[in-house]
Design a binder for this molecule. Structure first.
Ligand SMILES: Nc1ncnc2c1ncn2[C@@H]1O[C@H](COP(=O)(O)OP(=O)(O)OP(=O)(O)O)[C@@H](O)[C@H]1O
Length: 230
C-alpha cells in the first residue's frame, strides 16, 4: 500500500554564501501493507517528522520515491497531492491542529467543504462521524471548550470523515495524560480493526509503539532496526 524506496532528504542551512548541507534521511526504504499499524520511532531529530511530511506530500524528496496504492506520489505537483490527500490520507497531530474559531462540527466538516461535497450531504456525515468518536453531544463546542482527549477525538473525526484508507499520525498522544493516551490508542486500534485503516504513527514512546504490528527505528536519518512487534 505504501512503498518507500531509497528516500533521501537534504536541507541546505545558512545564508547563500555560507551554506551547509544537512542530510536528514539517508536511503530509507520500507513497505507498509494495507491494515498495518506501523510505528516509526527514534530520538528527537532522527528524521521522523520529515519522513511523515514526505509521505503526506508536504514537501518533495531530495531523492528516492514514494508509492501509495502503486502511484508514484513523489512525482505529484502540489495541486495533485492536495487532491490525492483529500481522497486517501487523514492526519492526526500532537497538538490537534484544530481551527480555534470553528466548532467541533465545523472542524470535522472542513475536509468535506474542501472536497466540494454539497451541504445537504455534509450534515449527516458530520453527525455520524462525531458519533463514531463519541462526541455526538459536543458538536457546538469550540476547541477551547473541550478537554485534550476530546480535542484529539475531534481531530480523529476530521481525519476519518473522508474515509481515508491511510492515517498519518505524528505523536498522536504526545499532549495527553496517560489515561487519555490509553483511550486514544485503543480507539486507533479499533479503527484499524473495524475499518482496516492503515496507520503510520510517529512516536518516541516505546509503549505507544507497541500498538504497531510493525516498527521501524530511525537513528540519524537511517533505519537501524525493523521489528514485527506482535
Ligand atoms: N525545513 C527544514 N529545514 C532545515 N532543517 C530541517 C527542516 N526540517 C527539519 N530539519 C532538521 O532535520 C532534522 C530532523 O528533523 P525531524 O523534525 O524530522 O526530526 P524528528 O525525529 O521528527 O524530531 P522530533 O521528535 O523532535 O520531532 C533536525 O535536525 C531538524 O533540525
Amino acid at each position: 500500500m505504501i512503498e518507500v524506496k531509497g528516500l533521501n532528504q537534504t536541507f541546505m542551512l545558512g545564508k547563500k554564501h555560507n551554506q551547509t548541507k544537512l542530510q536528514v534521511l539517508k536511503d530509507v526504504s520500507f513497505t507498509v501493507e494495507k491494515g498495518d499499524i506501523m510505528a516509526i520511532t527514534g530520538r528527537s531529530g532522527s528524521g521522523k517528522s520529515t519522513l511523515l511530511n514526505l509521505i503526506g506530500g508536504f514537501m518533495k524528496p531530495s531523492g528516492g520515491q514514494i508509492f501509495i496504492n502503486n502511484q508514484n506520489v513523489s512525482e505529484f505537483n502540489e495541486g495533485e497531492f492536495s487532491d490525492f490527500r483529500l481522497q486517501h490520507i487523514g492526519f492526526i497531530f500532537q497538538n490537534f491542529q484544530l481551527i480555534t474559531s470553528m466548532t467541533a462540527y465545523e472542524n470535522v466538516e472542513l475536509p468535506l467543504v474542501l472536497k466540494g461535497v454539497p451541504e445537504t450531504q455534509r450534515n449527516e456525515l458530520v453527525i455520524n462521524t462525531l458519533a463514531k468518536v463519541g462526541l455526538a453531544d459536543y458538536q457546538n463546542h469550540y476547541p477551547s471548550e473541550l478537554s485534550g482527549g476530546q480535542q484529539q477525538r475531534v481531530s480523529i473525526a476530521r481525519a476519518l470523515i473522508i474515509e481515508p484508507p491511510i492515517i498519518l499520525a505524528d505523536e498522536p498522544t504526545g499532549s495527553l495524560d496517560s489515561e487519555t493516551e490509553q483511550d486514544v490508542l485503543a480507539f486507533i486500534q479499533q479503527l484499524n480493526r473495524d475499518y482496516g485503516i492503515t496507520f503510520l504513527i510517529i512516536t518516541h514512546d516505546e509503549e505507544v509503539a507497541q500498538i504497531g504490528n510493525k516498527q521501524i527505528h530511525l537513528h540519524d536519518g537511517k533505519i537501524v532496526k525493523e521489528e514485527l512487534a506482535r
